[in-house]
Design a protein around this ligand. Sequence first.
Ligand SMILES: *Cc1c(COP(=O)(O)O)cnc(C)c1O
Length: 358
Amino acid sequence: MSWNIEELARDNVRALTPYQSARRLGGNGDVWLNANEFPLPVPFELSQQTLNRYPECQPKVVIARYAAYSGLQPEQVLVSRGADEGIELVMRAFCEPCKDAILFCPPTYGMYSVSAETIGIEYRTVPTRENWQLNLPAIADRLDGVKVVYMCSPNNPTGNLIDPDDIRALLEMTAGKALVVADEAYIEFCPQAKLSGWLKDYPHLVILRTLSKAFALAGLRCGFTLANKPVIDLLMKVITPYPLATPVADIAGQVLSDRGIALMRQHVAELNANRAWLLEQLSRLSLVQQVFPSETNYILARFADSPAVFESLWDQGIILRDQNKNLGLAGCLRISIGTRQECEHLVAALQVLSVENA
Ligand SMILES: *Cc1c(COP(=O)(O)O)cnc(C)c1O
């Protein structure tokens, strides 16, 4: 008997192209500037010896500390397996498969569409304007049937903040109809732009945060969803019984201590200084057509021949993220901010390439 197991799978899963994470793409490098990770490991030690027991679903220490860090009440905080799980929880709690839709504005983060496709929810895209700001009239035109609008600020991969006046207009336009999810994965690099203070005014605002970027714990898989209690209560209905392993909660609690937060802020200051240096250096290279300002731990730059640059650096063990196929980003590479030494290494390699191509 021979038949194709694929025929048993859901149609949308058969059609699905999985998210091309930096890790899946591989590479053999010693300078990893492709996943917006913090360049150095931070040392933590496990303090819990209770692995025989199931963990708490929402570990109290972690929730209390994140609430204090973000100036909110514990009931406004949900912790999950990375912000990526938060993206999906909102869809699973609010969107009816084959009926409701989500909306987002490319170029932006790739997981909104992947999660929608996996669950079987329509996704609608409204490209940003040329300056990567929201096209509000076009969004208004396409809101019919939309339950969730995902908006990334600062945006990945472009690095810009979304205009707060436009976010307010989006919240007014969607009131009573749809949630607005503000993805703040990089907000620690520009904390003045955070929207947590807006939760008191908007019952349909949801904010996503993570320990993967500024907190230097991408390998921990821990993220947060901030919203008012009625939203959190609904998300709690669909979350798995034990989303956080005991060691994850243990370390998340430590990193959210006063000492842990102070260390994160010091790291952010260092990376922001490295970013300013790298931006300046890149803008001097003949190979680089355009460097875009950034509020994050990465820089987007446009190159005359980006595939050649990408490949040449790849062969030298410097791994960047190709954005060539992202809407409107032809010729663009995204460069995560590493240590100063890694930034210098990259610039030196690009200088050699510039001379060779002169
Ligand atoms: C990295 C990233 C995430 C995912 O964060 P995890 O907590 O590692 O799942 C979500 N949104 C954006 C925009 C990101 O860049």
